[in-house]
Write a protein that binds this ligand. Structure first.
Ligand SMILES: [Zn+2]
Length: 240
């Protein structure tokens, strides 16, 4: 599916402030998806944009499925990637700075009046730092907030049945390589796999990537729609 652009776009940044205001008044755009990811080394064969490119794709496709209820507010193409810095080209944010910007993004979305806010993650290194403070987000804003990595939408048994290595999600391995082959094949340099230690990506196929993606978008769409319908509510930890 493709975004129609203009006043009906799913991207917050494509709308004018008037269009945003009026669509909210009409009851549209009740859910805000905030993709956060990384720009970091993905071995010799996969482009460094992989995490944010795939995360934005998932966010856009879920929003399109649920049009006009979901808006996408891209926040950060950079993540916490200190552990990948020995490979030049990787960009990283200090954990504290990164959490601060995510916090501000959530606050901006809550103040904009979204009823539900989902931070959609595309990078493993962001998970434990953000999980460490997530209960404070919930207590501070008392809103229907969620933090999800997009691969959590996939049933691991389903993914492992599609993958030859059974390694899911992994880093730059069969899963991520297969996803890239399916949706942005120009990011994959199959010939470079022989120059790296990890040979697992060699078995990746676009067919497996597409199969997992179809499942992922189906399940991800169901999750976001359940949040929108208040069938899934964030649990706000008790105050002491
Ligand atoms: Zn990755």
């Amino acid at each position: 599916m493709q975004d129609v652009g203009g006043s009906k776009s799913v991207w917050v940044g494509k709308l004018t402030r008037r269009e945003f205001r009026e669509r909210r008044l009409q009851g549209e755009l009740s859910v805000c998806l905030i993709p956060v990811a990384a720009t970091e080394q993905h071995l010799e064969h996969l482009a460094m944009e992989h995490d944010y490119r795939s995360c934005l794709y998932v966010a856009e496709q879920i929003a399109l499925r649920l049009t006009p209820h979901v808006a996408v507010a891209p926040l950060m193409h950079v993540g916490i990637s200190e552990h990948h810095m020995k490979h030049p080209g990787t960009l990283t944010a200090s954990p504290g700075s990164w959490i601060g910007v995510v916090w501000d993004g959530v606050r901006s979305a809550v103040e904009a009046g979204f009823d539900h806010v989902i931070v959609l993650n595309g990078h493993g290194g962001n998970i434990s730092p953000l999980e460490g403070v997530w209960s404070q987000f919930l207590q501070r804003y008392e809103a229907n907030l969620f933090f999800k990595s997009y691969w959590e939408f996939v049933d691991p048994d389903f993914a492992n049945a599609c993958l030859k290595t059974g390694r899911f999600p992994g880093h730059a391995q069969e899963f991520e390589t297969a996803i890239a082959m399916a949706i942005f094949p120009e990011n994959v340099r199959m010939e470079a796999i022989s120059d790296q230690l990890d040979q697992e990506p060699r078995v990746a196929t676009a067919e497996a990537g597409q199969k997992i993606l179809d499942h992922l978008l189906e399940k991800g769409g169901q999750f976001v729609d359940s949040v929108r319908r208040n069938e899934i509510k964030a649990e706000i930890p008790p105050f002491h």
